[in-house]
Design a protein around this ligand. Structure first.
Ligand code: ADP
Ligand code: MG
Length: 489
C-alpha cells in the first residue's frame, strides 16, 4: 500500500516555536518535504521530545501555524508529524501540496504509472481528481478507516484500558445528564463502578448495591435505569427502613378495597407503579421476614398479589436493591434469607467510601461549589487550607456530607474564598484520623509538637510535613494542646 497523503518537495521558510518552554524560544528552519500528515524540517537545533509549533510561510497565503512532534532525526533533516487546529490551515497546506505536485503521470500516492488524474488510481484506488473543489474532504473521508487502523495499531493494552475508562466515565456523564445531576469521579474505584454500571445496565439482571450511606447508591440505581432499555418507563424508589413494617406490604404490593380497616379504595403498590421500569428497594436489609419471602416469590415468577386479593398480577419490573448493612452478618444472625441474598447478589456493585477516592474528594467539592455558584450567581473558590481539609477529613457521611459541608461553606463565607472554618471542618472534631505523632521518650506530645514547630520556624506547613500529617491536622493538634504563640518560644 502507498501513502495516505501526497508528499511533495518544497522550500518553505518556517519558524519553530518551543511552546513547552517557559521563555518560548524561536528558531528559523526550512521545510523541504511536505504532506498533510508530516514534514521534513532542516535546521532544527535540538532533539525535541515535546510538542512544538511550526509556522511555515506558504507562498500566496502567508504564515500558518501547526503543532508538530518529532518522529526521527536523520541526516537529511527531522521528520515530524503534523497536527491541525483548524480546517483553514489544512486547506491552505493542501493547496500548496497540490500546486507543488510534479507533472508526471504516475499516482502520487503509490507511484503506479499512467494515471489520468480524473478518476481513481487502478492500483491503490485513491481518488485522483485534484481539481475538484471538495477533493480534500472526499480524500479524508475515503481514507478515514485506514487512518483509524494505523492509529489503533499503535495502541498498546494500557492505552486501550485508558480509552475504555475515559469512554465509560464520559458516556455515563452524557447519558446521565439531567440539568442538576452529574456522576462525578475519575478515581480508580469510581471508574470501575462506571464500567460495571455500563455493563449491567442494558441487561435485565437484578443488581445489589453495597456501600456506606451517602456513597451514591441511589444515584447508581438511577444511572442503571437511565442506561437501560427501561429508561422511558418509571423509576420508583422505596426506602424499606422508612416505612413501618405494618404498612410496608400494602405500600409495596398494593391492596384491595376493604382488605383492612381504612382500605377505602383499591390502591396500586410500588411494584405496579414501577411496571415497565425499575424498582429501587433501598435499605433492603431492613425488609421484614414475611416480605422477604414475598419478594423472593416475585423474583421467581414475577407475580404480585395485592393485600386482600385472591389474584396475582404479572408485573414487568427490574429490581435494584441497596443496603449499607452487612447482609452476610444479617444472614448469620437469621435476619436475612440466604436464598433471597443469592437471588439479589447475582450482580453486585460496591460503592467505595469517599475517603478511599483520592482527588475525587476535591473534584466533587469543586463540582458542588460550581453548582451552587451557578444557581446563586456568585462565584466562590476554596482556600488552600480548605482543600487540604477536604483531602484529610474522613468523610463518614461520604458524598452527602461533602455536599452539605460545601453548601455550608458557600453560605457562611464572608468574601469570595471558602476557608475550612466556614465548612466546619476544623470545629466538628474532624473524625479525620488525626495521625498522632509519636512523642519521643521523655517528652509529652505537647512538648514534642512545640519542638517540631520550633525546628521549623513556626511554619505550620513545614512542621506538618515533618510530622507527616496534613496542615488542618497540624492546626487540630495545636488546638488540642492549647498551644499558643507564648508556648512557641
Ligand atoms: N459521584 C457523585 N457525583 C455527584 N454527586 C453524587 C455522587 N455520589 C453521590 N452524589 C450525591 O450525593 C447525595 C447522596 O447520594 P445517594 O445516591 O443518595 O447516596 P446513598 O443512596 O448511597 O445514601 C445525592 O445528592 C447524590 O446526588
Ligand atoms: Mg440512600
Amino acid at each position: 500500500m502507498g501513502r495516505l497523503d501526497v508528499r511533495v518537495r518544497t522550500h518553505l521558510d518556517s519558524t519553530v516555536c518551543y511552546i513547552a518552554r517557559e521563555d518560548r524560544p524561536e528558531e528559523q528552519v526550512t521545510v523541504t518535504e511536505l504532506s498533510l500528515s508530516g514534514a521534513l524540517v532542516v535546521g532544527l537545533s535540538t532533539q525535541l521530545s515535546e510538542i512544538f509549533a511550526i509556522k511555515p510561510v506558504i507562498p500566496g497565503k502567508g504564515e500558518v501555524e501547526l503543532l508538530a512532534k518529532l518522529v526521527r532525526q536523520g541526516q537529511g533533516g527531522a521528520a515530524v508529524r503534523l497536527f491541525y487546529s483548524d480546517h483553514d490551515t489544512m486547506q491552505a497546506l493542501w493547496e500548496h501540496v497540490r500546486d507543488s505536485l510534479p507533472q508526471t503521470d504516475s499516482c502520487p500516492y503509490c507511484g503506479h504509472p499512467d494515471d489520468s488524474r480524473e478518476g481513481s488510481c487502478d492500483k491503490c484506488n485513491l481518488y485522483l481528481n485534484f481539481a475538484k473543489n471538495n477533493y480534500l474532504e472526499r480524500h479524508i473521508e475515503n481514507t478515514f478507516a485506514q487512518r483509524l487502523n494505523i492509529r489503533l495499531s499503535r495502541l498498546n493494552l494500557e492505552h486501550i484500558q485508558k480509552i475504555i475508562q475515559f469512554v465509560d466515565s464520559k458516556l455515563l456523564k452524557i447519558q446521565h445528564r439531567s440539568p442538576d445531576k452529574e456522576f462525578v469521579g475519575t478515581s480508580e474505584g469510581m471508574l470501575s463502578v462506571f464500567s460495571m454500571i455500563r455493563k449491567v445496565a442494558p441487561t435485565e439482571m437484578s443488581v445489589l448495591l453495597l456501600g456506606e450511606s451517602g456513597t451514591g447508591k441511589e444515584l447508581t440505581a438511577r444511572s442503571l435505569h437511565q442506561l437501560s432499555t427501561r429508561r422511558d418507563g418509571p423509576f420508583v424508589a422505596v426506602n424499606c427502613a422508612a416505612i413501618p413494617e405494618t404498612l410496608l406490604e400494602a405500600e409495596l404490593f398494593g391492596y384491595e378495597k376493604g382488605a383492612f380497616t381504612g382500605a377505602y379504595a383499591t390502591k396500586k403498590g410500588k411494584f405496579e407503579s414501577a411496571d415497565g421500569g425499575t424498582l429501587f428497594l433501598d435499605e433492603i436489609g431492613d425488609l421484614p421476614a414475611s416480605l422477604q419471602a414475598k419478594l423472593l416469590r416475585f423474583l421467581e415468577d414475577r407475580l404480585v398479589q395485592p393485600v386482600g386479593s385472591a389474584h396475582s398480577k404479572k408485573i414487568d419490573v427490574r429490581i435494584v436493591a441497596a443496603t449499607n448493612c452487612d447482609l452476610q452478618r444479617a444472614i448469620g444472625q437469621g435476619h436475612f434469607r440466604t436464598d433471597l441474598f443469592y437471588r439479589l447478589n447475582s450482580f453486585t456493585i460496591k460503592l467505595p467510601p469517599l475517603r478511599e477516592r483520592g482527588e475525587d474528594k476535591v473534584r466533587l467539592a469543586r463540582y458542588f461549589l460550581d453548582k451552587f455558584s451557578c444557581s446563586e450567581n456568585r462565584s466562590m473558590q476554596f482556600s488552600e487550607e480548605a482543600l487540604d481539609a477536604i483531602r484529610s477529613h474522613a468523610w463518614p457521611g461520604n458524598v452527602r456530607e461533602l455536599e452539605n459541608k460545601v453548601r455550608r461553606g458557600f453560605l457562611m463565607a464572608t468574601g469570595r474564598v471558602i476557608d475550612p472554618e466556614c465548612m466546619e471542618l476544623d470545629q466538628d472534631g474532624i473524625p479525620a484520623p488525626v495521625p498522632e505523632p509519636v512523642s519521643r521518650p521523655g517528652s509529652s506530645q505537647k512538648e514534642y509538637v512545640i519542638q517540631v514547630l520550633e525546628q521549623n520556624d513556626y511554619v505550620i506547613a513545614r512542621a506538618a510535613r515533618q510530622l507527616n500529617i496534613s496542615r488542618p491536622s497540624m492546626y487540630a493538634l495545636i488546638k488540642k494542646h492549647g498551644i499558643s504563640r507564648d508556648d512557641m518560644k
